[in-house]
Design a protein around this ligand. Sequence first.
Ligand SMILES: [Zn+2]
Length: 254
Amino acid sequence: MDEVAPGVFVATAELYVTTTTVVAGTDGGCLVIDPAVTVAELDELASWLSATGLRPVAGWSTHPHWDHVLWSPELGDAPRYAAPAAIGIAGEMRDDIIAGAERAAPGLDLSLVGRMQPLDAPVIPWDGPEARLIVHDGHAPGHGAVFLPDSGVLIAGDMCSDIEIPLLDTVAKDPLGDYRTGLERLASVPGVRQVVPGHGHVGDAAELRRRLALDAAYLDALAAGKPADDPRLTGDSAAWMRDTHQEQVRYFER
Ligand SMILES: [Zn+2]
């Protein structure tokens, strides 16, 4: 676990460079955001928490994709929340979510996968540093980033990555518009000092600006039907991401 700001810890899983964020609260309670990914990694997280004297008192899932709705028995039975729109999709897509989790992280307790309750509130209700929610669509319905104003940490979910291009929700009515609105909402959060993407590496405020600009340029290229000149998209990029890029190009060519 890396302490990226006082009381804010980030672990990075092997698969997709997926991050887990833990925010220390009062009296040994902590908030766990998007714990990931494998059984071994979740075990390691639980061991680290108990060795550090932290106990999950709340969980948050940034969005309803399988790698962001995981949990393990060792993390306890704290309430786990997500935005209402995310809960709706998580219910509709439950079979896909379970299949994704089973395929990539066999052995997880599937009864705990995707078991969040809807939270329609400006902040996560817990006895710890204020955790403001920034909910929007774009990557997925009800995508909820978390901003910790005390430490200036923005937990961005699957937005603002240094290694992934914008991945759009192409079944939405206005995928580009939704994504742009999401970027604007994140760009307008005042006082961000560090950004923690769901996949990739922690960056500072300047790095957040760079990623927001890259994402906007990528969307502009898609909308214009021009080839994307994006440093995250190279011959060495993951095959799935190059494929998704091609699908997104084809989608906007229609
Ligand atoms: Zn995602």
